[in-house]
Design a protein around this ligand. Structure first.
Ligand code: TRH
Length: 403
């Protein structure tokens, strides 16, 4: 990576219906995080900034799971969604010979097709490499740096983060107002729950969302939830990788979406995989959110509820530093007891060795953690929003290029 580059004093151009086009490239490595982030970004650029977007994705099926309605509406005879503010391009090999856009986002270092790279000079004015989320201190120094590339262009690195001087977090303009409405309007929640067939938790109860990878600590967690005296506990587990651990924990051969189990004080609902915007609402509904990967972590931060993050594990164990950095970045205002309880439960869940004490200390700290999660949401909301940063930076580069 090389030094920062700037085009001093350039002003952002007003956005017009003829705004330039963005190409976002996404390779689905596994699960839903890569496409989850790319799809959110495409939607924000298209709907909040009025930007035409082409989303290149090598696994259209994964995207269709996140957004079934979009696919149903915009499908053509050749099965590719098109004629929408967002055009989805199946990233085949070889890639279709399409002229590069002025603004290009390479998600998570997915490496653009070589023919496309060769055609970028003279057409592309801003090329971003969107990195994975991190709150580690070094990202503040690396965010927005450029790296010279073989085609003569410079690629700029963008780091999503909770740290105030990095790239910020993706957030739709309507997200916080919609969340306010949803949280304060019982009728809206009831309509939503009826539409998506999600049984609502009891008003005075404790509700949890459990979205994660397989986890050997799940039986203990379920045991602790059953043992909680009043209030009644509602646990939602979405279809996916955690279901096999959950089935073992409740002595069932198998769990399927739509199933409800009454386990004493605990009611367990297995949910179908919801469209992305509805997944956000599930996080708003619950008092505690277990999340994983990257996009659901950011969404849990926006929910303003205490979260437990099962981080995507890496072979070199670098994920521990990343987990600690996130916890440190947003816990300095907590009392030492609550801070220790929150750090411990996150560590224990990731080590898959939860103890009853870890859970009980976390539950004792819950009132303070809940207030703190809401304060964190407001703090993060006041920081940079990632898509706005990209738009501003891209248009400054365009201004430089056309002057
Ligand atoms: O799926 P993830 O674990 O994703 C990833 C990938 O493993 C990726 O390769 C890795 O690099 C990254 O983590 C760090 O978790 P994540 O990021 O939370 O993505 C899940 C997406 O699925 C998110 O956009 C929310 C969405 N989702 C729904 O839309 N509906 C649902 O019902 C559920 C449970 C999730």
């Amino acid at each position: 990576m090389a030094a920062r580059k700037a085009c001093g004093g350039a002003l952002m151009r007003p956005l017009t219906p003829k705004s330039p086009q963005w190409d976002i490239f996404c390779r689905v490595i596994d699960n839903f995080g890569d496409i989850g982030v790319s799809w959110r970004l495409a939607r924000i650029l298209a709907y909040d900034f009025g930007q035409p977007v082409r989303l290149w994705v090598d696994n259209v099926h994964a995207l269709a799971q996140l957004e079934p309605a979009f696919f149903a509406q915009h499908r053509t005879a050749d099965q590719t969604p098109t004629h929408a503010p967002i055009e989805v391009i199946p990233w085949t090999h070889p890639a279709p010979p399409i002229l590069p856009a002025p603004f290009v986002i390479e998600a998570f270092g997915c490496t653009l097709p070589s023919d496309y790279q060769a055609r970028m000079p003279g057409r592309t004015v801003a090329w971003f490499n969107l990195e994975y989320f991190s709150a580690e201190a070094w990202v503040e120094g690396c965010h927005a740096l450029y790296s010279p590339e073989a085609n003569g262009l410079a690629k700029q690195f963008v780091f999503p983060s909770t740290l105030p001087t990095a790239g910020g977090l993706l957030c739709e303009t309507s997200l916080h107002p919609e969340r306010e409405r949803f949280m304060h309007d019982a009728d809206e929640r009831a309509r939503w729950a009826a539409h998506w067939q999600i049984p609502l938790p009891q008003t005075q109860g404790l509700s949890l969302l459990l979205f994660g990878y397989e986890n050997a600590a799940l039986p203990l967690l379920i045991g602790e939830l059953q043992a909680l005296k009043a209030p009644p506990v509602t646990l939602y587990i979405p279809e996916g990788r955690l279901l096999s651990s959950a089935a073992q924990a409740v002595n069932q051969p198998k769990l399927v979406a739509g199933q409800t189990l009454a386990l004493g004080n605990l009611t367990l609902h297995i949910l179908p995989f919801l469209p992305q915007a509805q997944f956000d609402r599930l996080l708003w509904l619950c008092d505690i959110n277990f999340v994983r990967g990257e996009d659901s972590l950011v969404r849990a931060l926006w929910a303003g509820k205490p979260l437990i993050w099962q981080i995507y594990p890496t072979e070199d164990h670098a994920h521990w530093a990343k987990l600690n950095a996130l916890l440190d970045s947003i816990s300095h205002e907590l009392s030492p007891e609550s801070r220790a309880a929150w750090h411990r439960i996150n560590h224990a869940w990731n080590q898959q060795t939860l103890s009853p004490g870890d859970w009980q200390r976390f539950i004792s700290a819950l009132p303070e953690l809940s207030l703190h999660a809401e304060r964190t949401r407001l703090t993060l909301r006041a920081q940079t929003e990632l898509a706005s940063w990209l738009v501003k930076t891209a248009f400054e580069r365009l201004q430089c290029a056309t002057n």
